[in-house]
Ligand binder design. Structure first.
Ligand code: URA
Length: 233
């Protein structure tokens, strides 16, 4: 119960003494009893409790929210979820900038998280970008060749132009890396400023169009299987 963030250890003992915790149909009487939350059916203060300690979430991140587990001053993506997800240790897989919107995966599986971010895995991410100025074949070639971003040369990336206007352009970018401000820096290196950035895909997962900004849902078994495969697990 403590692991699920339902109450503190001492509150749990008190509630057990008061007879308000039922496990597998029986009222718990021993305050020291341990509960296998994943397997046991748990009733806590009259309601059934989802005891799963490992969960995986897809969030449509809004702009203005930090991708961080916690922050003393600014709202974080964790605050968009139910508190139980922080209690059981769900963490964002990588980072989206504060002003970037779209698909963010959060997981309690630290090993999968680590593997999905490993540069050796080359997990593709797809972004929809609106940038200043007109995009042309020149930028497509520069992205495909691998841009020099000073401290490193970006891996070749796919740039698909959706609309090229005088003042601004829309494009889809597929990158296999996830370095700090990667996409913004790639456009900056070709003379364009990113006006808006939205992630529509992470590895095998596409953002569910039913999720409005700020909405989230747990991954389906199929999505989790695909993500685990992308992580080489
Ligand atoms: N690249 C960026 O520049 N920002 C993001 O948030 C993600 C990728």
């Amino acid at each position: 119960m403590t692991a699920l963030g339902l109450c503190s250890r001492s509150e749990a003992k008190n509630l057990i003494r008061k007879g308000t915790v039922r496990v597998n149909g029986k009222t718990l009487s021993d305050p020291a009893s341990s509960v296998e939350t994943e397997q046991d059916t748990l009733f806590f203060q009259g309601s059934s409790v989802d005891g799963r300690l490992v969960r995986h979430v897809m969030l449509n991140k809004p702009a203005g929210i930090l991708t961080a587990a916690r922050d003393p001053k600014q709202p974080t993506v964790m605050e968009l979820l139910l508190p139980v997800y922080a209690s059981i240790g769900c963490m964002p897989v990588g980072r989206l900038d504060k002003d970037t919107t779209g698909l963010l995966i959060l997981t309690c599986d630290g090993e999968m998280n680590h593997r999905l971010l490993s540069p050796a895995r080359h997990v593709d991410k797809v972004y929809e970008a609106r940038v200043t100025g007109r995009l042309t074949e020149r930028e497509i070639r520069a992205f495909a060749e691998g841009l020099d971003l000073h401290e490193f040369t970006a891996q070749p990336a796919l740039l698909e132009i959706e609309k090229a206007g005088e003042d601004d352009s829309l494009a889809r970018v597929t990158v296999s890396e996830g370095k700090f401000h990667q996409v913004k820096r790639m456009f900056a290196a070709t003379g364009h400023e990113v006006l808006t950035l939205h992630r529509s895909r992470f590895g095998p997962l596409t953002l569910d169009p039913a999720l409005s900004e700020g909405d989230w849902r747990e991954l389906t078994e199929k999505e989790l299987g695909a993500l685990r495969a992308a992580a080489g697990m």
